[in-house]
Ligand binder design. Structure first.
Ligand code: ADP
Ligand code: G6P
Length: 476
């Protein structure tokens, strides 16, 4: 029997839907925006064109019926409680995430987590195959779904398949630790085109195919067999520059920015950190540098204050639980030792906020601290400069983010080098306003010229142009 379901020419598959189902204490169902940069970017892309989004609604158990949200057709995929534990918290975020982020914490390998990853990837592929129109474009997202490209190819050889890696792709020396490394590469090679944040990520992937699969490679291409080749290239993701800038210019948002500063006692310098509470983000290093600057008397509250907004994330994974405890103890200690009545040294907020509030915070902040130890892109850095249409503010940016490769003019830092990080913070505070404006103008131009709409059209054009068959003798 043919399915009565609607089908779509563009189908995005991501572990998360753009909205999360939350059941409140009174038993009512609410939909909230899902956390993370993937959703921020893909949501603005999908609002602008017709298509379906296949993903998990964020709670365990049966999936809700498909529904429309802001013009996007959403196709929920169910995860059982055991799959949330094994596929999502386990394999995705306790095996792959650490390996793909320089093993900042040790990766854990469990065969039953891998079994769950395979099962859930197959379920996603089946859901995609159901809603893809003949000859559709299927765009798979991120590390949670690396087996989906090959599984979709098996089920639907008529569709064109792309995959985009929102996080780093690790050097082969780290990737090789994965007991299932060959299966992951083969899963990805089911795609026609693979997109990465940085050239180094694309190169790491090509090298892994050569060394671990013995695949023939040439430049940015990997030969799968005599029939097919796959291109792996960098197309860095971005933000909705025009949409976010318009939000930042709204009178209510500007008024809120002033109100935030006033409620903090109108400090001379307001520093801001905005991150998911993740060990990749370098929040500990940032706090350490700030604490030392306070201890050395180079800055002092209430003249200088620091607001750290940390979105709750992956709270049942042990490494995240430990991080939360450590950050909260550190903030408590710094405030206990160095704060004053009415003037804490660090304002720590463990919440998610609406986009308007984030835009106001960005406008209120004189120094934005983006200090990850490793980050695929870091959209917060791009959002900050987007909101600074007034050319105010200064961005301190880690060299270990994808964003740094585009935003070179920022105040660069190596977060492992606490002395260097302190210097970068002081430079960001003390550089003359005129010079900071010049820097901000250059950063804004870069993001405005390479916004998320341009990213999506570059990606989809590369996918459409992906080679079907290798020319003879093109591979070493
Ligand atoms: P990641 O995807 O690793 O979380 P990014 O910096 O790329 O990191 O993206 C984070 C996204 O989440 C940004 O769009 C940012 O504005 C948003 N965000 C981060 N913290 C909060 C928060 N507390 N409330 C609302 N949005 C947040
Ligand atoms: C990063 C990942 C996304 C993920 C997001 C939030 O941006 O690249 O795939 O959705 O973090 O993490 P979570 O585990 O809450 O989905």
């Amino acid at each position: 029997m043919p399915s009565a379901r609607p089908t779509f020419d563009l189908v995005v598959a991501a572990n998360r839907l753009p909205v999360d189902k939350v059941v409140t204490e009174t038993g009512e169902t609410e939909w909230r925006r899902s956390p993370g940069g993937l959703v921020t970017a893909m949501e603005s892309v999908m609002r602008a064109q017709p298509g379906a989004w296949v993903g998990w609604a964020g709670d365990a158990g049966d999936a809700p019926e498909p529904f429309e949200e802001d013009g996007i057709h959403l196709e929920p995929v169910p995860l059982s409680a055991a799959e949330v534990r094994d596929f999502y918290e386990g394999f995705s975020n306790d095996t792959l995430w650490p390996i793909y982020h320089d093993v900042i914490v040790p990766a854990r390998f469990h065969r039953d987590w891998w079994a769950s990853y395979q099962t859930v990837n197959r379920r996603f592929a089946e859901a995609v195959a159901e809603v893809a129109a003949p000859g559709a474009t299927v765009w798979v997202q991120d590390y949670q779904l690396q087996l989906v490209p090959a599984l979709v190819r098996e089920l639907r050889p008529d569709v064109r398949i792309g995959w985009f890696d929102h996080i780093p792709f690790p050097p082969v020396e780290l990737f090789a630790q994965l007991p299932w490394r060959a299966q992951l590469l083969e899963g990805l090679l089911g795609a026609d085109f693979l997109g990465f944040q940085r050239q180094a990520d694309a190169r790491n992937f090509v090298r892994a195919c050569r060394q671990l699969l013995g695949a023939a490679t040439k430049g940015d291409r990997v030969a799968v067999d005599h029939e097919r080749q796959v291109r792996a290239a960098a197309i860095p993701i971005s933000v909705d520059f025009r949409g976010l800038e318009a939000l930042a210019k709204r009178p209510d948002v500007r008024a809120r920015a002033k109100e935030i500063r006033a409620s903090l006692g109108d400090p001379k310098v307001l520093m801001l950190g905005v991150d998911r509470l993740d060990y990749t983000k370098g929040i500990r290093h940032r706090l350490k540098a700030y604490e030392e600057l306070l201890l050395e008397g180079r800055i002092s509250p209430p003249d200088v204050t620091f607001v750290q907004v940390a979105t709750p994330s992956r709270e049942r994974v042990e490494a995240y639980r430990l991080l939360r405890t450590e950050i909260e103890q550190t903030v408590g200690r710094i405030n206990g030792d160095l704060g004053h009545i009415g003037a804490p040294a660090v304002h720590y907020l463990h919440h998610s906020y609406p986009r308007e509030e984030m835009a106001a915070l960005f406008q209120a902040a004189d120094v934005m601290l983006v200090t990850p130890l490793r980050d695929g892109m870091n959209l917060v850095a791009k959002e900050y400069v987007t909101c600074r249409y007034d050319l105010g503010g200064a961005l301190v940016l880690s060299e270990f983010t994808g964003a740094w490769h585009e935003l070179h003019q920022s105040f660069a830092c190596n977060p492992h080098d606490i002395e260097g990080l302190k210097q970068a913070i002081l430079r960001a505070m003390n550089t003359p306003a005129k010079d900071k404006q010049r820097i901000m103008r250059a950063l804004r131009r870069r993001v405005s010229d390479n916004d998320v709409q341009r990213w999506a059209s570059r990606y989809l054009a590369a996918l459409a142009a992906a080679p079907e068959r290798p020319a003879p003798d093109r591979y070493a």
